[in-house]
Design a protein around this ligand. Structure first.
Ligand code: ADP
Ligand code: ZN
Length: 433
């Protein structure tokens, strides 16, 4: 179903006219209210008034994750804090999260976009949504929640964790729409099976899965095991959270970007040059309607492709391909964004380990696992086993405290981690199946 016929099926020309108007007022506003943008525009020698066509977007400066960090926590806000009714955050690379704000109108926009998203996946009034995205600073839980209410479904705000209880609720409440990460959906099916419940016998019809990379193979696996349609949803905290793009259940082939609110671009990550439709590169988004936290040409580091072929669902919106990778080394572990450099900073803060480590990421029973192998310092290794165990636990705790993700630390003997000639291979990701 199309939730917002007016906007989702607009003829290209009409859509672009709206985009241009919105882009012009965004540029004016960002320049006038966010010191970062005034400086960035001035350095590029561009004025808001220079935007005469959509092509002129390319004249505007990029925004990087580092810029958000430099302006921590509220420096990028385009409105006084008293107009901000909600704050969310996502994990950052320095231990400091990226902080975003929403005005009342932003929350309204987001709810509308998530209602569109759920409708595109085939949800409607009368559905019961089992929402197992985490509630809290993370945008997933509340983003889906508001959209589900806006659409008129009954939403169960179950959040993440406590899987056995989730299975019980699924059996008793009869939810028809499942929203969680793709890996968690398979974990749910495993735990259901352990409890003697065939997931297919539940009432679920469709799942809306995102927040981490997955593959076509995994889609098939989920659809077969859960007996549902599995739809891909994409978003990121900086842009709004979930609700940037979604597949339609009719085609399940590429994610429609809600272009009346976000302009997507694909650029060459090395040069920053815009690439044509059909070419793979880094996704860049400009927010057209956000009040509290507008972003101009935000570099996501996610790799994808944009294409324009008409879709059988009737939406006229451009589609982006499944995310195929990142142009940086960010990992997503159980939904948490993790940079190897963050783990390195924990290790380097200690005297008793050497700067040689490797991260082993895997998936067991459909849940991500992280192991950190690190060399003990030469002086330490002769010590008692007990002491080494305590060191491992200490490091595990430090990593958990900084990143919010549990891991297993394994100390290894000095000089046993392979040295590389060039760029060190710090990550072994065994999940890529
Ligand atoms: P969220 O996890 O809520 O989408 P975050 O800001 O924590 O928001 O993380 C955003 C990142 O998660 C994206 O930049 C992208 O790397 C990854 N991501 C989100 N959705 C998908 C998806 N459907 N496929 C692949 N990666 C995704
Ligand atoms: Zn479609």
């Amino acid at each position: 179903m199309i939730y917002d016929e007016d906007f989702e099926t607009l003829p290209r020309e009409a859509l672009e006219a709206i985009q241009l108007k919105r882009l012009q007022s965004l540029a004016e506003k960002a320049y006038a209210t966010v010191p970062f943008y005034k400086k960035a525009f001035d350095e590029k020698g561009v004025k808001p008034g220079d935007i005469k066509s959509l092509q002129d977007l390319h004249k505007l400066p990029f925004t990087m994750k580092q810029d958000l960090r430099d302006n921590y926590p509220f420096g990028m806000f385009a409105t006084p804090l008293e107009n901000v009714v909600r704050i969310h955050a996502s994990s950052g690379t320095t231990g400091k999260p990226t902080v975003v704000g929403y005005t009342r109108r932003d929350i309204n926009t987001w709810s509308e976009l998530m209602a569109r998203t759920l409708a595109a996946a085939g949800a409607h009034k009368g559905d019961i949504v089992h929402n197992a995205y985490g509630y809290g600073l993370f945008t997933g839980g509340l983003g889906f929640h508001y959209g589900a209410e806006r659409l008129g479904t009954s939403v169960i705000p179950v959040s993440g964790g406590n899987t056995k209880r989730q299975i019980l609720l699924m059996k008793d409440f009869g939810p028809t729409v499942l929203t969680c990460t793709p890996s968690y959906s398979l974990h749910l099916a495993d735990v259901a099976a352990e409890e003697g419940i065939d997931f297919k016998s539940l009432d679920f019809r469709v799942g809306v899965f995102g927040a981490e990379p997955w593959t076509e193979n995994m889609r098939k696996d989920i659809e077969n095991r859960l007996g549902i349609d599995a739809v891909d949803i994409y978003g990121l905290t900086e842009i709004i959270g979930p609700g940037v793009s979604v597949e339609c259940v009719e085609a399940k082939n590429g994610l429609h970007v809600f272009e009346d609110h976000f302009i997507p671009e694909i650029i060459d990550p090395a040069t920053g040059e815009p690439l044509a439709y059909g070419e793979t590169g880094e996704l860049v988004f400009t927010t057209l309607t956000k009040e509290a936290f507008p972003l101009i040409r935000y570099r996501t580091r996610d790799l994808s492709v944009l294409y324009h072929e008409p879709c059988k669902c009737g939406r006229n919106l451009v589609r982006m391909g499944r995310i195929t990778g990142r142009s940086d080394d960010m990992l997503i572990i159980r939904g948490v964004n993790v940079f190897p450099s963050q783990i390195e900073s924990v290790l380097m803060a200690r005297e008793d380990v050497a700067p040689h480590y490797v991260l082993i990421v895997d998936r067991q029973e459909h849940m991500d696992t992280l192991e950190v192998h690190v060399e003990v310092d030469e002086g330490v290794f002769s010590d008692a086993v007990k002491h080494l165990q305590r060191m491992e636990q200490d490091i595990e705790k430090d990593i958990k405290d900084l990143l919010g993700v549990s891991c297993k630390v394994r100390l290894v003997e000095p000089k046993t981690i392979q040295r590389s000639q060039g760029k060190a291979q710090r990550v072994i990701d065994k999940r890529k199946a």
